[in-house]
Write a protein that binds this ligand. Structure first.
Ligand code: ZN
Length: 309
């Protein structure tokens, strides 16, 4: 630990000596330096932090965050940051870097809400053989941000943590978080109202990212590939899902934006359903979109697929 601290101090000294921007004690040019692990946490940190924080995201826009690798420069950013905003159990490389470099300067979004156990990529079925979950060593489902209610709690707790890291602006962080919380309450009300009248309640999806959302609104997720979007489902799993899709009258098989729709298309062909996008918000593909616009797009896709008048 002392050696790491020394390395960090040397980095700072070198940076200052080279005339780089003034960076010390987790602040750069008077703004708290915040490093975020992936999009929803980046969105929240920017909305709540406003112009008194400087936010850097570790996951490039449009990249799949589950298996992100960090380069030395990014690990250095983590070592120097005033606050790391991450979700333990989602990205092993980030977990490791936080453990080694920033344990006392980290906000873990998974630590402030009740987690659901992994749904095994199915509606309660045992894990299909060969499924690979390197990112979920703790056995819990990481996709908490897709539940607006849990996300609002994360917003409140993040504001408190930002306020501890930067007490001079604590009141502003609290106030902005309250605004985000109100918007999330409104989003939650829209989801609850529009999903209360659906003819079908089964959400068939390639990437099992939607259990928090499904559980919140009385839906059942039927996952094809499991929790890790790149996993290859077994022929048995494909057969099971096709049978469930037929039995439940499913008309739409969902796939996500950051990975290939091949698996969803295979099932859709087999059961005569169509495919549509349900976005797990792990990265933004459209730079003009944000958390709220993507979630409202998801709601529209769900009401169309599930027959909710
Ligand atoms: Zn995921």
């Amino acid at each position: 630990m002392p050696r790491r601290l020394l390395a960090a101090l040397l980095t700072l000294a070198v940076a200052a000596g080279c005339g780089a921007r003034a960076s010390a004690g987790g602040f750069t040019d008077g703004r708290l330096t915040v490093v975020t692990a992936f999009y929803p946490l980046d969105f929240l940190s920017k909305r709540i932090g406003g112009d008194t924080v400087s936010v850097t995201d570790l996951t490039k826009p449009g990249a799949e965050p589950h298996d992100v690798e960090l380069n030395p420069r990014q690990v250095g950013r983590i070592a120097d940051a005033g606050l790391i905003v991450y979700l333990h159990g989602f990205q092993p490389a980030v977990d490791d870097a936080v453990d080694q470099e920033a344990k006392d300067r980290a906000f873990d979004a998974a630590s402030v809400v009740a987690l659901l156990p992994l749904a095994d990529g199915t509606d309660g079925e045992p894990e299909p053989p060969g499924a690979d979950h390197p990112e979920t060593a703790n056995g819990m489902d990481p996709h908490v941000w897709l539940d607006p209610v849990r996300f609002a709690t994360i917003a409140d707790r993040l504001a408190e943590r930002l306020g501890r890291a930067d007490p001079a602006h604590a009141a502003a962080y609290t106030a902005r978080a309250a605004g985000v919380h109100r918007e999330l309450d409104a989003l939650n009300a829209e989801f609850a109202a529009q999903l209360s009248t659906c003819r079908r309640h089964e959400l068939v999806t390639s990437h099992s990212a939607f259990n928090y959302l499904a559980t919140r609104y009385g839906l059942t997720q039927i996952g094809i590939t499991g929790i890790s979007p790149e996993a290859e489902p077994s022929p048995q799993r494909l057969g099971q899902v096709a049978a469930e899709a037929r039995a439940t009258g499913t008309t739409t098989i969902f796939f996500e934006t950051l990975v290939s729709p091949k698996v969803a298309e295979t099932i859709a062909r087999e059961v005569g359903a169509r495919t549509a996008v349900l976005d797990p918000l792990e990265g933004l593909t459209d730079p003009g979109a944000d958390y709220f616009s993507v979630m409202r797009g998801n709601l529209a896709a769900l009401t169309a697929a599930l027959g909710c008048p």
